[in-house]
Design a protein around this ligand. Structure first.
Ligand code: FAD
Length: 904
């Protein structure tokens, strides 16, 4: 295929390695290659036709080829996943998101993408399919031997979680006159509740013993010669995939149903049998369906004759089953006889004959992450599926789907091995089963993520009004419906202050807005600010499970919505505070770390005073981040809230000049928090630095924001701006400087960055906004010197092209100059935005304060410095970071200060 190495060729090139691994003998290998070749040839023909047509028109394509519509669509989906249909504008979200990782052109990536994205279902098919045994599960974690892997990508292509076209979800082959369709169950013929009559099976079975009894019939009738099931390992309840060959061995297969056993990892061993039955959860059946269509390991898997599905609300790995028993029931696996789900509760029955139960929702947090993306409760792709939901304890619900399933059940009945009763559609059991199936379906909805309403780029680049306008109520309602409410939400771990995001979204979804804002403020006192400037894409949103299959929940937008809702409805309340304790605490600096620390301590009853060098509070929020990103009214509003709880602010006070730490102690402050940020600009070492028109981003932004140059002539404090402005750097400060320069009247603004777009640390949203506004970017470019005219006004900059080498200490690839690549850029203003470092004014005035080699204050994880009663946090400890991390530090330090003052 164009620019692609066909899979069969990759395998052919590695034939020796494959034969050595002994999964295939020579003949089997040739058969396998033939089947792949045929499939790829067919796809190639379809691809060529699509390219020739220049569009994706199924009707026209159907006329061209004598293949079924289903077959056509599934091939198209495959092509999409390979990224080949991008030429006609058809993109796959999943493949897009991994493409950067997959540098070996022409092949699917390996299945580590699925593992990294936390959506592995644990079916085990990749282990079996890997032609050189490079994949294994170690402690339930899919592991790849990178040395032996030759990146054929078979594992990715067969994985049910990599891509699973909607067409594959249909079980259409089974449709006949008796078939019914209900969305939650897919196609089926009948639903029963059933129980085995075989006492020895009943004794061991977890529920009604139906699966074991059905398999017994299948063996007796010679419908199968082996069954792929799960048995208990030497460790109680630990599941072990197993191939049983006869009825006698069947009894081993029980006892482990809630933990996932990577059953398909031994599928390769089944090739010696002619007719096998497979018992598995929906993800296992999905995997089988996928390889039945995409012939990724033919001819082996043509021997699967019977598929028995298990109902599955969510599955657990073995460690988590132990975790449930230990944490929720204080039991060990040795004590357990059976586990069960019934009427919305999770049951354990111990060997002493006692039973205990808890609501199912309590076990959700132990489930595999990927389970939250699965909407199939009843194993819709089976011949017959079995589970406990919908039946009395000791009985099983049985959904018969295919003729094969019907015959097997009838045969088992006629041998009097089971008893069954119909579940009628109007019965309680049916209603409860469909309700639960529907609730699972609701988990994953393909609602697109909402884009925020924004000012048009053409208009906004001429004003300083806020660019994004927020989400409407309708958008919020839809956005909250996308949340999967995962049991073990990773978004919370991605948030530096650990906001309970799922609970927050749940409250928004049910329109309990007041409760939502209260919950948010329990964790984060400044949601209006964080909702606007937090880099959610690398924090909470980057961890959202939905980002594995598309776009994450817009957590930042929702945060902003609730904060704005509170302001709009004038519901801002004075936060509750404890009674004053008359203990004085001094906070140096009014940036996010200082404000948060002050707020938390005031709520604890302390008498808090902030000392701020500038004439306005907010730190970078007020003098750095421009109005169009963060309206200053919002920052002022937050400061007003602090004043409501009696936080006092002394402006124009530089600690280390106007007052010293000792003075603060003399004034009765029992503890001190230092949150002075890292506002000293770093200069680039090139000739021409002192020319007129060369300035730092700090000066430029402070003059625009704090000194209100942007409001000239209303404020008589203008700033000179040239026609062509060049900004050096690639972070948020660079984007802000470039966009401010544009709004102040520059005709052309060029960002010069020494690395590539990928390494740029700026928030993606700001970068895209800058692009939309017409800012130009020259990547892999570094200044050599600034050149001035006869009046020492800068008029040109000499730059050099760079290439990327190995990663440096920051983990980003190091830029390396390319010899003789210099050229000139015309410019009359240069803004240096390449970073900042600690300002030594305060730290030099406290000689005993321990600093690190870069001049930042050393603290423990709670912000305690080496000096008694002195704490620090935010950028002055970490170096330039983010608003939310500074707030997190302020919060942690407030707790440590409270602790300190309580005990001293
Ligand atoms: P600061 O916000 O720097 O506040 C320190 C305060 O201490 C200042 O008010 C200062 O005047 C005062 N001070 C300093 N020395 C003294 C002294 N000796 N005595 C008294 N007062 C003193 N982060 C994000 O998360 N998202 C963004 O989009 C983002 N954009 C940014 C854009 C710009 C232009 C800049 C510069 C930074 C940006 N950041 C962003 C980073 C973020 O703003 C900082 O990480 C955060 O503000 C640090 O908070 P802080 O409390 O440690 O210090």
């Amino acid at each position: 295929m164009e620019q692609q190495t066909p899979l069969f060729e990759v395998l052919l090139n590695n034939k020796d390695k494959i034969l050595k691994a002994e999964k295939y003998n020579e003949i089997e290998f040739e058969n396998f290659i033939d089947s792949l070749r045929q499939a790829e040839n067919q796809r190639q023909i379809i691809f060529n036709k699509i390219k020739e047509m220049g569009e994706l028109n199924i009707e026209k394509l159907k006329k061209e080829f004598e293949i079924s519509e289903e077959n056509l669509i599934l091939n198209i989906e495959y092509l999409k996943e390979l990224g080949l249909l991008e030429v006609i504008g058809e993109k796959s979200e999943f493949y897009q998101s991994i493409q950067k990782k997959n540098e070996k052109e022409g092949l699917f990536p390996d299945v580590s993408v699925i593992r990294d994205k936390n959506i592995c279902s644990g079916c085990g098919l990749c282990v079996s399919i890997c032609p050189i045994n490079a994949i294994s599960f170690i402690n339930d974690i899919l592991t790849i031997n990178e040395e032996s892997c030759f990146n054929c990508g078979l594992c990715y292509a067969c994985c049910p979680r990599s891509f699973f076209p909607k067409e594959l979800e249909k079980n259409q082959q089974i449709i006949d006159a008796d078939t019914k369709y209900i969305k939650e169950f897919n196609y089926f013929k009948n639903i029963y509740t059933a129980q085995t009559k075989e006492d020895h099976i009943k004794e061991r079975a977890q529920d009604g013993g139906i699966i074991t009894t059905l398999l017994k019939t299948a063996f007796n009738q010679k419908l199968i010669d082996a069954a792929l099931v799960v048995e208990e390992s030497e460790k109680p309840l630990e599941p072990l995939p197993s191939l049983v060959e006869n009825e006698a061995d069947l009894l081993k297969s029980t006892g482990t149903k809630y933990s996932n056993a990577h059953v398909l990892k031994i599928l390769q061993n089944s090739k010696k049998y002619k007719k096998i039955a497979i018992v598995g959860t929906p993800c296992i059946l999905n995997a089988l369906k996928k390889i039945s269509f995409y012939p990724l390991n033919r001819p082996f898997y043509d021997n699967i004759t019977l598929k028995i599905g298990l109902f599955c609300m969510e599955s657990f790995d073995y460690e988590n089953i132990i975790g449930i028993l230990k944490s929720e029931f204080q039991k060990t696996p040795e004590q357990i006889k059976k586990m069960d789900i019934n009427k919305g509760r999770f049951y354990i029955h111990d060997k002493m004959g006692d039973s205990f139960n808890i609501p199912i929702k309590n076990v959700k947090k132990y489930a595999r992450f990927g389970c939250f993306l699965c909407d199939d409760l009843t194993s819709e792709l089976s011949d017959i599926s079995v589970g406990s939901i919908g039946s009395e304890s000791g009985w099983s619900t049985v959904i018969v789907r295919t003729k094969k399933g019907t015959n097997l059940l009838q045969e088992t009945l006629s041998q009097k091995l089971i008893e069954i009763k119909d579940i009628k559609e109007e019965s309680k059991s049916f209603i409860s089963l469909s309700r639960i199936a529907k609730s699972k379906e609701k988990l994953y909805k393909e609602i697109p993520r909402h884009k925020m309403i924004e000012q048009e780029p053409k208009i906004r680049k001429t004003n300083f009004q806020e660019v994004p306008k927020g989400l409407s109520l309708e958008m919020v309602k839809l956005e909250t419906q996308r949340c999967l409410q995962c049991g073990n939400p990773l978004c919370v771990t991605g948030c530096p202050v650990n906001v309970n995001i799922p609970q927050f979204i749940k409250l928004l979804k049910t329109e309990k807005f007041l409760e939502a804002i209260h919950l948010m403020k329990d964790y984060n006192l400044l949601p209006a600010i964080c909702g606007r400037v937090c880099p959610q894409e690398v924090q909470c949103e980057s961890k959202c499970l939905l980002s594995s299959v598309g776009k994450p929940i817009a957590i930042g937008y929702l945060e902003r919505f609730i904060a704005d809702w509170e302001t709009k409805n004038k519901l801002k309340e004075c936060p509750e505070c404890k009674a004053p304790n008359h203990i004085k605490v001094a906070i140096i600096g009014s940036g996010p770390s200082g404000l948060t620390c002050a707020g938390e301590l005031a709520r604890e009853g302390y008498e808090v005073t902030i000392f701020e060098a500038f004439h306005a509070g907010g730190g970078v929020l007020i003098y750095g981040i421009p109005e169009f990103r963060l309206p200053k009214e919002i920052v002022k509003d937050e400061i007003e809230t602090l004043k409501m709880i009696n936080v006092d602010i002394n402006y124009n006070t530089i600690i280390g000049k106007t007052l010293y730490i000792e003075d603060l102690k003399d004034m009765g402050y029992k503890a001190i928090f230092i949150g002075v940020g890292a506002g000293l600009p770093i200069f680039i070492k090139v000739p021409g630095l002192t020319l007129n028109g060369v300035l730092t981003a700090n000066e430029f932004l402070t003059r625009s924001n704090l000194m209100k140059a942007y409001k000239f002539p209303e404020y008589d404090t203008p700033i000179k701006i040239g026609e062509i402005v060049t900004v050096l750097g690639g972070g948020n400060v660079t984007m802000d400087s470039a966009r401010v320069a544009l709004r102040l009247g520059a005709k052309r603004v060029i960002v010069v960055y020494r690395r590539s777009e990928v390494e740029m640390p700026a928030r993606r949203e700001e970068y895209h906004h800058a692009l939309e506004e017409g800012i130009e970017f020259q990547f892999l470019t570094n200044p050599v010197r600034f050149i001035g005219d006869e009046n020492d006004n800068v008029n040109q900059m000499e730059v050099k092209k760079m290439r990327l080498g190995e990663p440096d200490d920051s983990g980003r690839r190091r830029p390396i100059p390319i010899e003789n690549s210099e050229y000139l850029i015309d410019t009359d203003t240069i803004i240096i935005a390449i970073g900042t470092r600690a300002n030594p004014i305060l730290t030099k005035s406290i000689p005993d304060l321990k600093l690190n080699k870069w001049g930042y204050i050393e603290t423990n994880e709670n912000g305690k410095t080496n000096l008694e009663g002195v704490f620090a946090g935010g950028d002055i400890v970490t170096g330039s970071a983010t608003v939310i991390s500074a707030m997190g530090a302020g919060k942690r330090a407030s707790k440590a200060i409270h602790e300190y003052l309580t005990h001293n």
